[in-house]
Design a protein around this ligand. Structure first.
Ligand code: FAD
Length: 386
């Protein structure tokens, strides 16, 4: 396998890196500290990311999408994770919605939604998790009952990224018959046309990202908003998860790289006992471990992205990359704080934000434990969850 990026991939990496160094890194700390970005501010940032392909990166050019490969998507999201992970999560959430919509059969309402999301006129999100259905998605209780040419949605979703600011939500619902022989469906809900309430969830990290509970109380949506998939496609929730791993793992690796670069720079400058910290062997050990984790994580991750680009199914490789990168982000950001000493614990330096942000990647969209169960399932042939 070729582990080098192509010329085109390197160019893409260089241009996003340059843009973030100048435009995002200088403002990330201050903006992230305040509160979730408003819809307007989030759209302002996303609008500038569209030209790099951040929104619906995998949607083919023939459908007016950026048509990036999985490797290219990984490259750009890694750079965004390095610059500001919360903004990465905002872009990823809209992108998931768009990728899902693009995989469904087109009807006029859906085409309109795609155009709005693609041109960054609207923000999107995907609502799967419920108060009693986290890892166990078979416990989903939100229902969609047909009434005439509409569906009536009732239920509560939680932990929805972009939840308070999104214009369009893809809601996973339980229904009598959603086709494909499974009891789940995905409905596109446009906030302006179909009202639902939201409350923001205060959280430890990714503070710039809105994360909300969504309350659907007799929420009526047009029947054509039910996404239709091919016969062979797996259940709705399963369709969403592989795509989220692509961006999520890249963001975790980006945070690891940011923590390593910050720690190296600080260890070179900070002098104790007449020497820079970087001269001390225990500091060098931590830096070496961070660098090994980053490189190993990138190798696992880009192997899985290459496999996806070659049209291969690779649940084991994706889960290995996800599980390893999420743990590495926690370990590396924690070491960065240690290397900064007391200053690492202060919010005057970005390493404490990296540490707070890193913890979400082993929890969201397939926890670390679930990724490990998936790996073992592929190896042993035994599914621990049935
Ligand atoms: C910042 C953030 C953003 C999110 N964004 C979204 C979003 O946009 N859309 C959305 O739908 N959801 C979103 N989520 C929700 C996320 O996907 C869930 O939190 C996740 O699926 C876990 O569900 P849970 O929190 O209910 O934990 P639980 O399912 O209650 O699990 C708790 C713990 O038990 C472990 N566990 C559970 N079952 C098993 C088992 N069988 N074997 C071993 N261990 C097990 C888990 O790994 C975990 O460590 C987000 C979460 C966060 C933190």
């Amino acid at each position: 396998m070729d582990f080098n990026f192509s010329k085109q991939e390197k160019l893409l990496q260089g241009s996003v890196r340059e843009y973030f160094r100048n435009k995002i890194v200088p403002v990330a700390d201050e903006l992230d500290r305040k509160a979730p970005l408003t819809r307007r501010d989030a759209l302002g940032f996303i609008e500038n990311l569209v030209s790099f392909g951040y929104v619906g990166s995998l949607v083919p050019e023939a459908e007016n999408g950026p048509g990036l490969s999985h490797v290219e998507t990984g490259i750009i999201f890694l750079e965004l994770g390095k610059a500001w992970a919360a903004l990465g999560a905002i872009a990823a959430s809209t992108s998931h919605a768009l990728t899902m919509i693009s995989k469904s059969k087109r009807v006029p309402g859906i085409k309109y939604a795609m155009d709005r999301l693609m041109s960054s006129k609207s923000l999107g999100c995907v609502a799967v998790t419920e108060p009693f259905a986290g890892t166990d998605l078979s416990a989903i209780k939100t229902t969609a009952i047909p009434e005439g040419d509409t569906y009536i949605i009732n239920g509560t979703k939680t932990w929805v990224s972009n939840g308070s600011v999104a214009d369009m939500v893809l809601v996973t619902v339980k229904m009598e018959s959603a086709g494909n022989g499974n009891p789940y469906g995905i409905l596109l809900v446009e906030k302006e046309a179909s009202f639902f309430d939201t409350t923001e969830i205060p959280k430890m990290g990714l503070k710039g990202l809105s994360t909300a509970r969504l309350f659907f109380d007799d929420c009526r949506v047009p029947g054509e908003n039910l996404l239709q998939f091919d016969e062979n496609d797996s259940p709705a929730a399963e369709l969403i998860l592989p795509h989220t791993s692509c961006e999520k793992t890249a963001l975790a690796l980006g945070l690891t790289e940011a923590a390593l670069e910050a720690a190296v720079s600080y260890a070179r400058k900070r002098v104790q006992f007449g020497s820079p910290l970087a001269r001390f062997q225990m500091i060098q050990k931590m830096i070496a471990e961070m660098a090994i984790g980053l490189d190993a994580g990138k190798l696992l991750y880009f192997r899985s992205m290459k496999m996806l680009d070659e049209g291969l199914k690779c649940p084991k490789e994706l889960a290995m990359a996800d599980s390893f990168a999420s743990q590495t982000a926690v370990d590396a950001t924690s070491k960065a704080i240690q290397i900064y000493g007391g200053y690492g614990y202060s919010d005057e330096y970005p390493v404490e934000r990296f540490y707070r942000d890193a913890h979400c990647f082993s929890v969201m969209e397939g926890t670390k434990q679930i990724q490990q169960l998936k790996i073992s399932q592929q190896i042993t042939g035994i599914d621990a969850l049935v």
